[in-house]
Design a protein around this ligand. Structure first.
Ligand code: AMP
Length: 144
């Protein structure tokens, strides 16, 4: 399954982005309200500047305490995140996520943000693919 098929099955909602100047406290509010685990950082909603994960906030809270809530997204975000394209497969996205130990990946087209894939989306797509393959094999063995 390809990334464009995964995006289609998720629906056409806009990707939630945040600017690097936003406070960490505000970013935590957005993550909680939207019930998501990562935010793409972009000043214009198109150019991907970084990614901020709930893990970045938790790590900083544990290391330095609540003072980090007053810092900005730009202070904690991961710059130049690994992105994928609409033509990539669920399998290749899963491999990149597993190797890089992260669970979010912006999807870009000609350098512009067009979607986001989470590890949950990629695993779901891969499981559907494997179920279809198993069914096809069973059909061949049973002769129908
Ligand atoms: P995650 O597992 O996605 O919540 O993030 C774990 C760590 O990886 C955090 O420090 C994130 O900022 C970073 N991260 C998340 N997504 C990516 C990505 N696509 N490329 C590089 N780093 C990422």
């Amino acid at each position: 399954m390809h990334v464009h098929q995964i995006l289609k099955s998720k629906g056409d909602g806009p990707v939630i982005t945040i600017t690097s100047k936003t406070s960490i406290a505000e970013a935590a509010n957005v993550l909680a309200e939207r019930r998501i685990g990562g935010l793409i950082v972009s000043s214009d909603g198109t150019q991907v500047e970084g990614i901020l994960s709930e893990r970045d906030i938790v790590r900083s809270l544990a290391l330095r305490g609540a003072v980090c809530l007053e810092e900005t997204v730009g202070d904690l975000m991961t710059r130049n995140p690994v992105c994928c394209s609409k033509d990539d497969t669920a399998d290749s996205v899963l491999q990149k996520m597993t190797n890089g130990r992260f669970r979010h990946m912006p999807v870009t087209e000609d350098g512009a943000l067009v979607g986001i894939i989470t590890i949950g989306d990629a695993v779901k797509a891969r499981l559907e693919e494997l179920a279809m393959e198993a069914e096809a094999l069973q059909g061949m063995i049973m002769g129908h």
